[in-house]
Design a binder for this molecule. Structure first.
Ligand code: AVJ
Length: 321
């Protein structure tokens, strides 16, 4: 009896996501940080998204990098090192690194990502394909960027893939300022952002017919079930994504299909949902070229050049400190 009582008093080891989940789901309206979407399963689902016919950003950006690789590299410093924020599996980065190796004998490449699995894949594939690239992976988020100072100058920081689209404008500006603070004069940033376009194109990209984006979104609930002893029924929520014109962003939500209560053991709480209640899970901001260049400027970079595709669907901009 006593042993059991003592056992009950031992707190379960708190998962690192507990605080974020409790905070977000206690708000009105409920929300969850988009960072939570990228566990191993979520990162794998995102990789699938990048190959969907409706999801244009990845292949459009890859097209821009392929078409302009030489010109981009000609604008970079001599014997640079490359750091990448949110590198993932670094598929698009290979285009640039390959081109860079025409100008310098080797490259030190420092990918940062929250997903250890993705980084390991990046390292294995890159070092097999491009022997002159030395990969130094770093698992972590963007809170502390001091490690950039340890990368050999002159530096190129890559922040491509429109990951900055997850951030509010003021968050995006302070992230760029934070990057700039750890760089030296002459160091450069290559930033990729998704552009404002026909809302039908946007809608299709986030509501794919194969339902992969829906699975990616619902994986949040699966993750809470696994890591926090949640009792979510993923199919009692539907994937909702729409263009918010006023805010210039795509929004992702999970909408409760019925009135329901969901117990989350590790948070020692029961969440209540009314029918139609939404959890806001992600924003994906879309820029105009003007807004993109303004963002770089406010972030502490001088814009050197901006490249786009023939549809003007995506833009890649080079800035210098
Ligand atoms: C990884 C943030 C660039 O905003 O398009 C894709 C994430 N979410 N489909 C994006 C995402 C749903 C993606 N980013």
């Amino acid at each position: 009896m006593i042993a059991l009582k003592q056992l009950k008093q031992v707190p379960a080891p708190l998962s690192p996501i507990a605080g974020d989940v409790l905070e977000g789901l206690s708000r009105t309206p409920k929300m969850l940080s988009p960072k939570l979407l990228y566990d191993a399963q979520g990162s794998a689902l995102f990789e699938q998204i990048t190959r969907l016919p409706e999801y244009y950003p990845t292949r459009t950006e890859a097209g821009i990098l392929t078409t302009h690789a030489e010109e981009i590299c000609s604008r970079l410093g001599q014997e640079i090192s490359v750091s990448e924020l949110g590198a993932g599996t670094a598929t698009k980065t290979r285009i640039l690194l390959r081109s860079l190796l025409q100008r310098q004998p080797s490259v030190d490449y420092f990918p940062l990502d929250v997903s250890d699995a993705a980084l390991q894949l990046a390292k294995d594939e890159l070092e097999r394909e491009l022997m002159a690239v030395n990969v130094h992976p770093h698992v972590g988020d963007f809170e502390d960027l001091t490690f950039i100072e340890h990368h050999p100058p002159p530096r190129l920081v890559l922040y491509i893939g429109s990951s900055i689209g997850n951030l509010e404008h003021r968050e995006a500006i302070s992230l760029l300022q934070n990057i700039a603070r750890h760089l030296s004069s002459g160091d450069q940033l290559l930033l990729g952002v998704d552009l404002v376009k026909d809302s039908n194109v946007l809608h299709a990209a986030y509501n794919d017919s194969a339902g992969i984006t829906a699975s990616f979104n619902k994986n949040l609930l699966v993750r809470i079930n696994r890591e926090l002893g949640g009792h979510f029924e993923p199919d009692a929520f539907s994937h909702v994504s729409f263009w918010n014109e006023t805010a210039s962003r795509m929004e992702l939500h999970l909408e409760s299909t019925c009135r329901q209560s969901v117990r989350v053991d590790a948070l020692d709480t029961t969440l209540r949902f009314y029918q139609g209640e939404r959890i806001h899970t992600e924003n994906s901001y879309k820029y105009t070229i003007e807004c993109l260049e303004d963002l770089l400027q406010r972030g502490g970079f001088n814009v050197e050049h901006t490249w786009t595709d023939s549809n003007c669907w995506f833009a890649v901009s080079l800035g210098v400190v």
